[in-house]
Design a protein around this ligand. Structure first.
Ligand code: GUN
Length: 282
């Protein structure tokens, strides 16, 4: 089975469009600000796609572009301007940031009520303690959970193996799966004999940025394989972290690249923008 993230993302648009329409009818304009510093090529594409989806749904989207040499002080001032702006419901600072800027200082500067990415220590703490209170969560793992639910893949009592320990994907992904009842194994760049772990996964999540790291022989027959990778191969073709053509003959369900996880990341961002908009207007 191919997990069609793009199709699901488009399917979820109509519900969100209706929600935006209802908010606007009540005089509320959902508004997202995306700040991008520098010219990381992948970030340019992500930001463009986020903007397109927001427009499609009727969410107001502001993109603030700043040059590669933009200072941390100026970035913090820009964030503070939007923290104070009551018409703005979500603030997203696209990562990675240029080296002169301390990412964690930037994340902490975003008003908690506008942390649409779920990167703040408070939101991360709520995720890892499985809080009952509302919290935002990193958009890619959230989108993956939405896909699993839609395809009736219940993580409860399954073995989930995460490959890659990033703050944006691997770590929050493991926490969400743990909260959903999975037994979770984290693997990362220092893990020895990676295959001995991946071959025991019922749900395998790969987010490393290494093209075709995971081969068909690394996958348990029938497993669900979620590929978060976005790499260019030697011919410039977009490929994932999983050798898709061979892996799909072994996996029970698998996401393609492109058209799998990527669109669902953006859907999550839109969903959380609407949640924060509603919370601000309760
Ligand atoms: N860079 C890659 N993924 C993300 C994301 O989900 N949010 C932000 N802000 N930056 C990213």
């Amino acid at each position: 089975m191919i997990i069609d993230g793009k199709g699901l993302s488009n399917q979820l648009d109509s519900g969100m469009k209706a929600e935006v329409k209802a908010l606007r009818a009540a005089g509320i304009e959902p508004k997202l600000v995306v700040i991008i510093v520098g010219h990381d090529p992948a970030s340019q594409i992500y930001v463009r796609n986020k903007h397109r989806k927001a427009i499609k749904l009727g969410i107001t989207s502001i993109i603030e572009r700043r040059p590669e040499d933009f200072s941390q002080a100026d970035l913090l001032a820009l964030i503070e301007q939007y923290n104070q702006d009551e018409s703005v419901h979500g603030i997203l600072v696209q990562l990675p940031l240029p080296k002169q800027i301390d990412e964690s200082a930037v994340i902490r500067a975003i008003d908690l009520k506008k942390d649409v990415d779920g990167f703040s220590p408070e939101n991360v703490g709520k995720l890892f303690s499985n809080s009952d209170e509302h919290y935002s969560v990193s958009c890619t793992p959230k989108g993956i959970m939405t896909m699993l639910t839609h395809y009736d893949i219940d993580p409860a009592d399954k073995h989930a193996v995460i490959v890659g320990d990033s703050n944006i994907v691997g770590r929050p992904m493991g926490a969400l799966l743990l909260n959903a009842g999975a037994t979770v194994t984290y693997t990362h760049i220092l893990t020895q004999d990676l295959s001995s772990y991946t071959r025991t996964a019922d749900i395998l999540i790969v987010a490393t940025g290494v093209a075709h790291l995971i081969k068909a022989t690394d996958i348990k027959p029938g497993a669900t394989v979620i590929d978060v990778g976005m790499n260019r191969d030697e011919n410039g073709k977009l490929v994932g972290d999983v050798d898709y053509d061979h892996a799909k003959t072994v996996a029970g369900a698998i996401t393609p690249v492109p058209g799998g996880v990527g669109p669902m990341t953006i859907t999550s961002l839109m969903q959380q923008t609407l949640e924060l908009t509603k919370l601000a207007n309760r």
